[in-house]
Design a binder for this molecule. Structure first.
Ligand code: DGL
Length: 271
């Protein structure tokens, strides 16, 4: 029975297509998995919305993926991971992995001076989820957080290597750099695309924790441990979105590291 379940797809969702940064890392580490991705492009962004609204949207996203016979759910969105994981766990009897715990574990391992910085959307930072999890791992650690609402639109605009993006980053990061953080968690699915700019602004002394990378490694370990890892056959990615978005397949390509990617539009049921 465990064998059959291992061959089922993994459901991954995000508010939009930023969660494809997690999918990209999953493809690297889990080459045999079939991934069914849902980007709620009709309602993106989640990062500016209340915890109640994000939780409701996340449950509707998960309900769609549950109809696709997935063996596990990956919440490839920091804002949704920050508020919806308990509710998802109660409603769906599926192994469910978010991006925040893996990032908190990696930051705990990376810091040398015990001072961690976290950047993310307003919803993620307001939730205090990183502080809480880092504190549970090691009470000695100090966390300084900064909401960076301008970064998601800059990534969506494709301004990945741009002086305006660097200027915005300098403004957001200055207080925590002056405060002496030695580790910075990129607590938003879009930020891995800004890794080079962030490294340039933060400097070589600051270790960057990419929550897409750490989440994929966490999912790999958990699936293996739960005997759910697909070990044969070619992997695949099917992308669904909830709105027709101009340039969506081109943007999907940018996130996955290719020219473009086919996307399919779906309608979600309302819970
Ligand atoms: N996916 C969201 C996150 O990781 C960023 C985009 C949004 O605000 O919905 O927090």
């Amino acid at each position: 029975m465990a064998m059959n379940r291992a061959a089922q797809p993994i459901g991954v969702f995000d508010s939009g297509i930023g969660g494809l940064t997690v999918v990209r890392q999953m493809q690297r580490l889990l080459p045999h998995e079939q991934i069914i991705y849902l980007g709620d492009t009709a309602r993106v962004p989640y990062g500016t919305k209340s915890a109640e609204t994000v939780t409701r949207f996340a449950c509707e996203d998960a309900a769609f993926l549950a109809t696709q016979s997935v063996k596990a759910l990956v919440v490839a969105c920091n804002s949704a991971s920050a508020s919806a994981l308990p509710e998802l766990g109660e409603r769906f009897s599926l192994p469910t992995f978010g991006v925040i715990l893996p990032g908190a574990i990696a930051a705990n391992e990376a810091t040398r001076n015990g001072h961690i910085g976290v950047i993310g959307t307003q919803a993620t930072i307001r939730s205090g989820a990183y502080e809480r999890l880092v504190g549970e791992l090691n009470r000695e650690l100090r966390v300084t957080s900064q909401a960076c609402p301008l970064l998601v639109p800059l990534v969506e605009e494709g301004w990945l290597d741009h002086e305006v993006t660097d200027a915005v980053l300098r403004e957001y990061l200055a207080p925590m750099l002056v405060g002496g953080v030695d580790t910075l968690v990129l607590g938003c699915t879009h930020y891995p695309l800004l890794k080079e700019s962030i490294a340039r602004v933060a400097g070589p002394e600051v270790a960057l924790v990419d929550s897409a990378e750490t989440c994929a490694a966490f999912v790999q370990r958990e699936l293996q441990w739960q005997h759910l890892l697909a070990t044969e056959g070619e992997g695949s990615v099917r992308i669904h979105v909830t709105d027709e978005m101009e340039r969506v397949s081109e943007m999907a390509g940018r996130f996955l590291g290719g020219p473009s990617h086919a996307v399919q539009q779906v309608e979600l049921g309302v819970l």
